[in-house]
Every structure is written in structure tokens, then in C-alpha cells.
Design a protein. Structure first.
Length: 329
């Protein structure tokens, strides 16, 4: 009986020791029956992360943090992760360190780097090492919040000093002045709009007048072209030349009768010579007759003058004594 009790006590002690060992290993993150691999990541800062913290993928624990050490040159922190080798990782895998709870526990989560483009991951120099980023812990956020609150308090004090009652009154007067200026600008714009409307109407009227003048000018040019095409101008110049030659012969006959008529004939000859030059210039497009091509009114006046001149010649032939005085003795 005594041996039996001793045997039971020994078994209980052995089971307790085994349970304690396995429990200790399980609490340290040992995985039994799974293939474990080691993954290394680098961080510029690890916050409150420590050895033994959980490693998760999509919220599922797949391992633990095995080692946390500073690089020998002090440039970054190296973190070794022991994770389940059977769990697939994203192709652009990265490690994010963040608080796991409000009680100070941290965790390392393997994530896709593309999901966090704003995180400043520390890029490793070795291809097998994962980039890492550590979120600020609660204490840092609290300190930052304290600084922000202090800055907001200073800003509120400055705003209170700047926006006093006098400032509010000045601001109200400024708003009233701006409203007055706006009303004046509105009136000015309305006046300018009315002026522009009148100006546009006048411009439209002037444009119509210019169009009518252009139509009249085109009609005149068409009549002038038709007149030149029919040869009436050339016939008119020929008639004028014939009349001039007739007057010249008449003056030559009159010069043989009296010296007074001779003087008049000389003057007439000089006049007709000028007429001849004028006709020559008119044929070249110069002088008054040349302007007949562009002025229908002047042409009409010339035709009327020629008619009166022909009447004068006919009257001279019929009644020469009215214009000539002959005395033989």
C-alpha cells in the first residue's frame, strides 16, 4: 500500500513537471506539430515590441517574435520572427508593429505593402529581409495630442486677442463698406451695359450705312464699266475733238477778215490747244475728263456744255454779224 502511494506521488510529480515544461514552451510560442521558419524584418523603431509578442496574418496568430536587436552600426533594429511555414505570405510582404490591446501588448502583423502606401517602411538591403514599420504607441500619441492641445490653446488665445469687440465692429464696418462698393460696382456695370447697348446699336446702324454705300459704289462702278464697254466715252471724246477742229477752222477764216477777229482767233486757238492737251490727258486718264470715268455727274455736265456749244456754233453760222464786225473802209 505504501509503495502504491509512493508510485502515485511519483507519477503526479512527473506529470506536473512535464505539464510545466510543455506549458512553459507553449507560452513562449513553441508550435508543436507544425513546420516553423525564421523570417527577418528591419525597422527604424520598434516601439514597445518585445520578444514573445504574437505574429499574425489577417488577424490570425501564426508565430511569435523570437529576437529583437539593434544593428551593430545602430542604423536600424533587426527583428527575427518564428512563423508557420505553411501559411502563405503576400508577394509584397511587409511587417507592421502595432499595439495589440490597450494594455501594452504589441504584435507584428505581416501585411501587403501596397495596402499601406502612406507608411514609411524601412527598405532592407537584402532581398530575403522584409521591410518594417512601427506605429506610434499610445504614449507618443498622447504626447502629440498634448502638444496639439497646447498649440490649439495658444491659437485660441491669439484669436481671442485678435477678435476683440473693437475688431468685430471694424469687421462689421468693413463688410458694410464692401456691400456699398458692391452696390456701386453693380450700378456702374449696369450703366456700362446700357452704354454698350447704345454703342452696339450705333455700330450696327453704321455698318448698315457702310453696306448701302458699298452697294451704291458697286452699282456706279458697274454702270461705268458698262459705259466704257459700249464705247460712248470714246465717241464723246471724238465729237469733242471734231467740234474743236471745226472751231479752229472757223477761227482761221475769221482771222483773214479783221485784226480784232484775228486776236480773238489767236486766243481761241490757244484755248483750243489747251482743250486738245486736255483731251490728250483725258485719253491717258488724267485731268477732268479722266475723272469722267469715275464721276457720272461731271459727265452729264460736260454733255450739257457740249450741247450749249453746238447751239452757239449754229447761232454763229446763222447770225455771224451778231458776233463779227467787218469794216472794209
Amino acid at each position: 500500500m505504501k509503495r502504491r502511494n509512493e508510485t502515485l506521488v511519483g507519477l503526479v510529480l512527473v506529470l506536473g513537471v512535464v505539464t510545466a515544461v510543455f506549458g512553459s514552451l507553449w507560452l513562449q510560442g513553441w508550435e508543436f506539430g507544425r513546420t516553423v521558419e525564421t523570417v527577418e524584418a528591419v525597422f527604424s523603431d520598434v516601439g514597445q515590441a518585445a520578444e514573445g509578442n504574437a505574429v499574425k496574418v489577417r488577424g490570425v496568430r501564426i508565430g511569435r517574435i523570437d529576437e529583437v536587436s539593434v544593428h551593430p552600426e545602430g542604423e536600424f533594429v533587426q527583428v527575427v520572427l518564428r512563423v508557420d511555414a505553411d501559411v502563405p505570405r503576400p508577394p509584397d510582404a511587409a511587417v507592421v508593429l502595432a499595439p495589440e490591446s490597450m494594455f501594452g501588448e504589441w504584435q507584428a502583423e505581416i501585411v501587403s505593402r501596397s495596402l499601406y502606401p502612406h507608411f514609411q517602411f524601412l527598405d532592407p538591403n537584402e532581398p530575403d529581409v522584409l521591410p518594417g514599420y512601427a506605429l506610434p504607441d499610445i504614449s507618443r500619441l498622447t504626447a502629440t495630442a498634448d502638444r496639439i492641445s497646447e498649440n490649439l490653446a495658444d491659437l485660441s488665445d491669439r484669436i481671442g486677442i485678435a477678435f476683440s469687440e473693437e475688431t468685430a465692429e471694424n469687421l462689421a464696418r468693413t463688410i458694410q463698406n464692401v456691400e456699398g462698393v458692391s452696390d456701386r460696382l453693380t450700378q456702374l456695370i449696369e450703366q456700362q451695359a446700357a452704354t454698350f447697348d447704345v454703342l452696339a446699336a450705333r455700330v450696327e446702324e453704321a455698318t448698315g450705312e457702310i453696306g448701302r454705300a458699298a452697294t451704291a459704289s458697286r452699282t456706279t462702278f458697274d454702270h461705268l464699266s458698262d459705259l466704257m464697254a459700249t464705247g460712248e466715252v470714246e465717241m464723246l471724246l471724238t465729237d469733242v475733238r471734231d467740234v474743236a477742229e471745226g472751231l479752229q477752222s472757223l477761227t482761221q477764216e475769221a482771222t483773214t477778215t479783221t485784226s480784232e477777229f484775228q486776236k480773238m482767233a489767236v486766243r481761241a486757238e490757244s484755248t483750243f490747244a489747251r482743250v486738245d492737251r486736255i483731251l490728250g490727258a483725258a485719253e491717258d486718264g488724267e485731268g477732268t475728263l479722266g475723272r469722267l470715268l469715275n464721276d457720272p455727274t461731271l459727265m452729264n455736265e460736260v454733255e450739257a456744255t457740249l450741247v450749249q456749244l453746238q447751239l452757239l456754233l449754229e447761232d454763229v453760222r446763222e447770225n455771224p454779224r451778231r458776233y463779227l464786225r467787218l469794216s472794209i473802209f
